[in-house]
Structure formats: C-alpha cells, structure tokens
Design a protein around this ligand. Sequence first.
Ligand code: PMT
Length: 400
Amino acid sequence: MLEDKKILVGVCGGIAAYKTADIVSRLKKKGAQVKVIMTASAREFVTPLTFQTLSQNYVATGLFSSPKNWEVEHISLARWADCVLIAPATANFIGKIWAGIADDLLTTTVMAVKAPVIMAPAMNTNMYSNELVQRNINALKNRGYQFVGPVEGRLACGETGEGKMEEPEKIVAFIHSTLNRDKDFDGRTVMITAGPTREALDPVRFLTNASSGRMGYSLAKAAAGRGARVVLISGPTQLEPPSGVELVRVESALEMYMAVMEYYPQCDVVLKAAAVSDYRPARKSGEKIKKSDDRLILEMERNPDILLELGKYKGNCILVGFAAESHNVEEYAREKIRKKNLDLIVANDITLEGAGFNTDTNVAAIIDSEGKAEYLPMMSKSELAHIILDKVAVLLKRQF
Ligand code: PMT
C-alpha cells in the first residue's frame, strides 16, 4: 500500500528524467503524496512544470529560491519524507553523496534524511562499470542506501549495456516493498549470532577464525530496523553494535552456547551467522606456554554444535543456519539443513571473490527445507540481510 505515504523524488540531470515523470504519475495513482526536487541539470532535460502538474505539488529547485512555506526547506523536506527516491541517480550525484558533499538542495536534503533512500542509477555503461562509480555504489550500499537497477539495454548514447534506468513499474514496486517491509518484524524477538569464537590455549593465545561479524551485524541492523527486538550474541569483533539491539558479548563457543540457550525460549527467529569453532583445546594452560625445542602437540575436544542443539527443540521458532564452504557447497548445505532441522540455510562459497569471511559483500544461495535453492548475485551484506529477512517474514506469516 502506498496510500498516504510521503515520497520525495529527487531528479538528477540525465535523459532518463523523462521516465521519472511516469514514476511520479504511478506513485500518485497508488495514493502516495509526492514532492519533487530537481537539480539544475535535471531542469535542462524536463521542466519543473511537468513534475508540478503530475505531483500536484510545488517543485523545489534551489537552496536559495524562496520556499513555498517559511521553513528551512531541505530540513523540512527531509523530515517530511517516508522514503526518498533518486531517479535518475547520476554518477555525479552518487559520488557526491559518497564523499559527503552537500552543495545543492538535493544533496543537502539527502544528507539530512533519516528515511530509506533508494537510488535508481542511469548512465553510460562504461561510466557505470568504472571502478570509482562501483566503489561509491558499494560503499553507499554498505551504509544502507538501496539501489534498484540499472538494467541492460540500449542507452541514449547509442551503446548497449548495463546502465539503463530500471523501468518505472519496477521502481514503484521496489518502493512499495521497501515501505511495506518497514515494520514487518514488530513484536518478534530475533536472536542473531555473529563473529568468530576464541578458544583459549593460555592467557594470551587463542584459536579463532577470520569472521568479522559483518554478516551478523548487518542482520541485526536490518531486523531492528524492521521492528524486531534483537538479541545479538557476538563473538569478539571490531564493529559498533547497531543501535537498539541487546548485545551479549561472548568469547568462546561454550559461552556462546550458554547465551544462546538462555535466550532461545524467548525467540521467534534465530539467525546463526557466527563462525563457531568446532573444537577447543582440551586443556587451557593457566600460565603462558613456554617454547621448548620439542614439537607442541595440541589435543582438541569437540565444542557443542549449538545449531544442532537448537534444532532438537525447535518448536515454532524459525531456524536459519549459515554454511561457509570451500567445496561441495550445496551438498554440504543441504546435509546441514536436514541434520540440524533448519527452515533455511544461507550457503556461501568462500572461494568466490566478494563472498564469505571479512568482506563487505557476500555471494550466497538460500536453500529452504524443501530443497529449493535461490542463487543470489554478489551484494552487500546489508542487502543480503534484508533478502534473508524477507524469506523469514514469509515463513512467520505461514505459521498463522
Ligand atoms: O562475519 P563475516 O566476516 O561477515 O563472515 C560471514 C560468515 C562467512 C562467517 C557467515 O556468512 C557464515 O557463513 N557463517 C557460518 C560459518 C560457519 O561456521 O559455518 P559452518 O558450516 O561451520 O556451520 C554451520 C552452521 O552451524 C552455522 O550457522 C554455525 O553458526 C552453526 N554452528 C557451527 C558449529 C558449532 N559448533 N555450532 C554452531 O551453531
């Protein structure tokens, strides 16, 4: 439903600006309130009158032009919006937001906005694939900006390739799902485990792995944003916990096990993104182990498989596991979903670039308990988090 949603549309200078008129018209037909900001370059392509007529609202054009009402315009527009759409989003605009530059009405407004910001890029295919543009897009995705498109097609410059703005119908559908996913976890308790565990050998040495915690923290941020009470059980990481989550810090797999079991009875959903050590040293030395000329042989003992234990007492709780594999990814993931009694498993092939441990992005396949797999392209961990939550939301709805 877009009835009475307040959507602020920012139009940058690109030929796709003519399609933005269609987006505004569709949003109005769906009952949304629409206000438009046009940059100076956008006004070279389409006139404010077009957007004024379609949005039935005054079109804001400059930081220093007289506002319609007496208020600080970029702040009042930023406060007003439930969602901001930038279409077309040019390389210049994306770069400015990435760099924190606020030098006109649109950039200052976007900088001040707290609502979701969706960008629909449109540009020449070589510009789009330029490393700098890709770096800026990925960095913005990691900060929670959402991107829809571009798609492949024939571009205004005559070339064919990726860079064409996504179709208006799809952009409107994207806005719809962004706004309606908003609080779909209201009243739900979601437990997320994140990061590595540390298995101590002596007071200063431990065995661990390369998990940064980013996947788990992205899930925590996304779930909290969607209204859930979030319990984040985290191994040691360098990350700031997202605001509004209950953070429980642990070190070892045994500590993680205890914390998970304590909160489990309160949970509707458990998302196990942590990389838990399967083994721990059989003995922890009370003193720093001194080197000698002999080989050092470590005896290891098994840690509990936390997820396997959860699966035994699953009840109505939705259980989502992760599988980080370097070979036979799908086969092992399918084995885990069955053995651990999971609803979903997110399998990442850690041999792929941009996937798995200590990256901002991930490449994953999500497999459900009926064995249906969806292969996703490389995306930021925060985008993947929302896709995982979309699937969990469907499972939660099915329970009633
Ligand atoms: O933290 P990042 O740098 O962002 O990296 C993200 C990630 C690669 C760590 C994450 O996407 C991921 O794949 N996490 C699971 C890694 C892993 O340990 O997979 P596994 O195949 O060993 O374990 C399978 C599942 O069982 C996992 O959900 C794990 O949390 C759970 N498990 C494993 C062992 C154990 N003793 N107890 C568990 O609960």
